[in-house]
Design a protein around this ligand. Structure first.
Ligand SMILES: O=C(O)c1ccccc1NCC(=O)[C@H](O)[C@H](O)COP(=O)(O)O
Length: 209
């Protein structure tokens, strides 16, 4: 079962994700996040990732300079964009030539309409829970949305399920939604930004079960 462990900042927790069989590992480049990865630390950390595992950079409305620097220091293979309009996602995708994901924040069924606007502009939709107005982060808050909102939705692009997943609910989430890829951050932490090797292993095992 393809799974992304997001917000990794240490070798031990990255190795736990790789050892547990993660298909994707995520690195956040957003200064306000407790998971922000320093440019100085990125090369040594991301060099541990074998070629068959995707290195996903997570960005919030990034400018080209930030993207260029992050792609260079972390040898990213996927760009995950939050708070980016379709035209900007298309421009980033064209400029960098990398697989490009866009996060779609979901609270109500109507929020899914946004996904369709990314056809031709992104390669994958990451459905994530909508964070409250004024929240510090647009993701990584451990919030779950009502999975039944995805019932019968004709996905316009390949997709992934995110938001409030953990070892205790990921198998049900996959069974309930048919998600082809799952993504987690808070659910494998002991505190915001503090990943736990045992929780990572348990999540990946549960996702496979
Ligand atoms: O994780 C962050 O700190 C973050 C900051 C800014 C934008 C996005 C961020 N995370 C995006 C992710 O892909 C998370 O894995 C996803 O939102 C799920 O998070 P969680 O509900 O905590 O598992």
């Amino acid at each position: 079962m393809p799974a992304k462990i997001c917000g990794l900042t240490t070798a031990a927790t990255l190795d736990a994700a790789l050892g547990g069989g993660a298909s994707h590992v995520g690195f956040v480049f957003f200064a306000p996040s407790p998971r922000n990865l320093d440019f100085d630390a990125a090369p040594a950390l991301t060099a541990r990732v074998p070629d068959h595992v995707a290195k996903v950079g997570v960005f919030v409305d990034p400018d080209d300079g930030l993207l260029e620097q992050a792609v260079a220091v972390a040898a990213l293979t996927v760009l995950q964009l939050h708070k980016v309009a379709p035209a900007r996602a298309a421009a980033i995708r064209a400029r960098f030539g990398l697989e490009t994901w866009t996060a779609v924040a979901v609270k109500a069924r109507g929020d899914l309409d946004v996904a369709r606007t990314f056809t031709g502009a992104a390669d994958r939709i990451l459905y994530d829970a909508k964070t409250p107005p004024g929240a510090a982060l647009p993701g990584g808050m451990g919030l779950r949305f009502d999975w039944s909102l995805l019932d019968g939705f004709a996905h316009p692009l390949p997709w992934a399920l995110s938001g409030g997943l953990d070892a205790g609910n990921v198998a049900e989430a996959i069974a309930r939604t048919g998600a082809p890829l799952v993504d987690v951050s808070s659910g494998v932490e002991t505190a915001p930004g503090v990943k736990d090797v045992d929780k990572i292993a348990a999540f990946l095992k549960a996702a496979r079960s």
